[in-house]
Design a protein around this ligand. Structure first.
Ligand code: KIV
Ligand code: ZN
Length: 531
C-alpha cells in the first residue's frame, strides 16, 4: 500500500507502529464555534496528509449536505492518508458515509453505538442485546463499502467490562479491523484506563484480529495521559486533534501524544509516522481557521513552550541546551526566528521558504495571492519572520474562498479630545455598501460602522489582540467571538494596523455566522429506525 495508507494486517511489525488518527475535522469541529468551511477543511486535510497522519476523520457525512460535501472533497483531495467518515449504527448514516468516501484512494467507515448502562438506558432506550445486535449489523453493513471498518463502543470508559468484551468480540467477528475504546466523557484515570485496554486485549478471544484504538476526552485534563497509558497497555491507534480541539474540554492533543512517544522512546515500544516539523504550521492553520487561539503555555505549540524567562534557565540553556530542554523547537516546526525575507524578496524565495516551513501552495493563483499580501506587509514591516509568513499564507488563502462580506476600505479619524469616527465600505454579494459611525475608540467606531451595514450581527462576546512577532511594526492578530441564537463563531484577522486586523476578524466571524448551520450531531440518539 502506498503513502500513509495503513496496512490492516496485524503483523509483528505493524504492532510497533502507533497509528495516528486525527479527528480535528470531526470531533474538533464539534467545539462550539469551531465550524469550518469546505475549503478550510480541505486545506487542513492536506496539511495533515503532509504531516503523514495515518487516518484523517473528515466528518460526519449524514449531519448535513455541507458535511457530506466536505467529506467527499477531502476524499478527493487526499491521496496518501486513509480518509474516514463517521456513522452512527444506522443504515442511513453508514450509506451516506460510504457514498461520501467513494472517491478516496483509501477509505474507512467509523461506526459507533453506546455501550454504557446510562447511555443505553437514557439515550438509546435500548436493551444491551439490541445494542450488541446493532453493532454487528452496522459493522457488516459498513463492510459492504470498505474492508477498513472501525467500530467504537461509545462511552466505553463507563461500560461494564463483561458486556464490552462481548460487543468487541462480536464487532471483530463481524469484520471490524479497528476497535476504538472512547472515554467519551473524560471520566477515566490513566492507570484505570490502561488496565481497561489490557483486560480487553487479554479477555477478548479474537483480539489479535484487530488493532485497539483509544479516543479520550479532556474533561479532567487527562486525555493525553489516558491515551498514553492505553498505548503502554497495547493500544496501537490514538485518536487525537491538533491543539487538542474537540467537544467540551477537547480531545487528546496530537502534538502532545506524538512528541511524548517520540521523546520517551525508552518508555514506549512504538513510534508514529508523523513528520513532526509540520506540527507548528498545522497548529497555526487550525487556530487561524477556527479562530481558537492557542494558549501561550500550551505544550509543544504554545508561544512560550520553548521560551526561557528566568536567568538561571537562560544561562543553563546557553551553556548546554539539554539542561532545560527535552525537545528541539525546530524538530516540531518552530523557526529559529531569524529574519527570513524582506520587501526585495521575490516569488521564488517566498515559495521556497514557505515550503521549508511546511506550507505548499498548489496553484499559481494561491501563490499570487500570498505574494501580493506578502509585498503589502513587507512594505510596512521591514523584517518578515516565519510567524508572519504563516499568518500571511493562512489569510491570503482564506481570502480566495467565497465570502459573503468583504472589506473594501476602512477610514478612521482619531484625535486627542475628539470622538473617533469611522467609515467602512464592504462588498456584499458583489455590491458595495458604506456605513459610518462614531465610537468610544477607533476599533469601536469601525465595529459600529460595520454593524450599520450588517444589522444581523449577533453579540460580540470576546475581542482579543495578540502580536505575532515583537516590535511596534509587528502584525497584530485579533480574535473575536460572536453569538447568535445560541450559536458561537470565532473570527480571526491579522494586519500591521490593528484597526484593520480588528475589522478583518469581525468580518471573518460575520461570514461564518452567515453560513447555513442546520446539522445533526453524532451524539444525537439513535432513533427507532435502527439498523
Ligand atoms: O467521544 C466519542 O465517544 C466519540 C465517538 C463518536 C468515537 O466521539
Ligand atoms: Zn469524541
Amino acid at each position: 500500500m502506498s503513502g500513509n495508507n495503513i496496512d490492516m494486517t496485524t503483523s509483528k511489525d505493524s504492532q510497533d507502529q502507533l497509528i495516528i488518527f486525527d479527528t480535528t475535522l470531526r470531533d474538533g469541529e464539534q467545539s462550539p464555534g469551531a465550524s469550518m468551511t469546505l475549503d478550510e477543511k480541505v486545506r487542513i486535510a492536506k496539511m495533515l496528509e503532509q504531516m503523514r497522519v495515518d487516518v484523517i476523520e473528515a466528518g460526519f457525512p449524514v449531519a448535513s449536505e455541507g458535511d457530506f460535501k466536505s467529506v467527499r472533497a477531502v476524499a478527493e483531495a487526499v491521496k496518501n492518508s486513509t480518509v474516514c467518515g463517521l456513522a452512527r449504527a444506522l443504515n442511513k448514516d453508514i450509506d451516506r458515509a460510504g457514498e461520501a468516501l467513494k472517491p478516496a484512494v483509501s477509505s474507512r467507515i467509523h461506526t459507533f453505538i453506546a455501550t454504557s448502562p446510562i447511555h443505553m438506558k437514557e439515550k438509546l432506550r435500548m436493551e444491551p442485546d439490541e445494542v450488541l445486535a446493532g453493532a454487528v449489523a452496522a459493522v457488516k453493513r459498513a463492510r459492504q463499502y470498505t474492508d477498513n471498518v472501525e467500530f467504537s463502543a461509545e462511552d466505553a470508559g463507563r461500560s461494564d467490562l463483561d458486556f464490552l468484551c462481548r460487543v468487541v468480540e462480536a464487532a471483530i467477528d463481524a469484520g471490524a479491523g479497528t476497535i476504538n475504546i472512547p472515554d467519551t466523557v473524560g471520566y477515566n484515570i490513566p492507570h484505570q484506563f490502561g488496565e481497561l485496554i489490557r483486560k480487553l486485549i487479554e479477555r477478548v478471544p479474537n483480539s489479535d484480529k484487530a488493532i485497539f484504538s483509544v479516543h479520550c476526552h479532556n474533561d479532567l485534563g487527562l486525555a493525553v495521559g489516558n491515551s498514553l497509558s492505553a498505548v503502554l497497555n497495547g493500544a496501537r491507534q490514538v485518536e487525537c486533534t491538533i491543539n487538542g480541539l474537540g467537544e467540551r474540554a477537547g480531545n487528546a492533543s496530537l502534538e502532545e501524544v506524538v512528541m511524548a512517544v517520540r521523546t520517551r522512546r525508552d518508555v514506549f515500544s512504538c513510534d508514529t509516522n508523523i513528520d513532526a516539523t509540520m506540527i507548528v504550521p498545522t497548529s497555526h492553520l487550525v487556530s487561524s481557521v477556527t479562530g481558537f487561539p492557542v494558549q501561550p503555555n500550551k505544550a509543544i505549540v504554545g508561544k512560550n513552550a520553548f521560551a526561557h524567562e528566568s536567568g538561571i534557565h537562560q544561562d543553563g540553556v546557553l551553556k548546554s541546551r539539554e539542561t532545560y530542554e527535552i525537545m528541539r523547537a525546530q524538530d516540531v516546526g518552530w523557526s529559529d526566528n531569524k529574519i527570513v525575507l524582506g520587501k526585495h524578496s521575490g516569488r521564488n524565495a517566498l515559495k521556497t521558504r514557505l515550503e521549508e516551513i511546511g506550507i505548499v501552495l498548489e496553484s499559481e493563483e494561491a501563490l499570487n495571492a500570498v505574494f501580493s499580501r506578502f509585498k503589502d506587509v513587507a512594505d510596512r514591516k521591514h523584517e518578515i519572520f516565519d510567524e508572519d509568513l504563516i499568518a500571511i499564507a493562512n489569510e491570503s488563502q482564506a481570502a480566495l474562498e467565497e465570502m459573503h462580506y468583504e472589506l473594501v476600505s476602512s477610514w478612521v479619524c482619531s484625535e486627542t479630545g475628539e470622538i473617533p469616527h469611522a467609515k467602512v465600505t464592504l462588498k456584499i454579494d458583489g455590491k458595495e455598501v458604506t456605513g459610518e459611525s462614531d465610537g468610544g475608540g477607533s476599533v469601536d467606531a469601525v465595529y459600529s460602522a460595520i454593524k450599520q451595514i450588517v444589522p444581523d450581527h449577533g453579540m460580540l462576546e470576546l475581542y482579543s489582540v495578540n502580536n505575532i512577532t515583537s516590535g511596534t511594526d509587528a502584525q497584530g492578530e485579533v480574535t473575536v467571538r460572536l453569538e447568535k441564537a445560541g450559536r458561537q463563531v470565532y473570527g480571526n484577522g491579522a494586519d500591521t494596523d490593528i484597526v484593520i486586523a480588528s475589522a478583518k476578524a469581525y468580518l471573518d466571524a460575520l461570514n461564518k455566522l452567515a453560513l447555513a448551520t442546520d446539522r445533526a450531531h453524532p451524539h444525537d440518539s439513535v432513533v427507532s429506525e435502527g439498523v
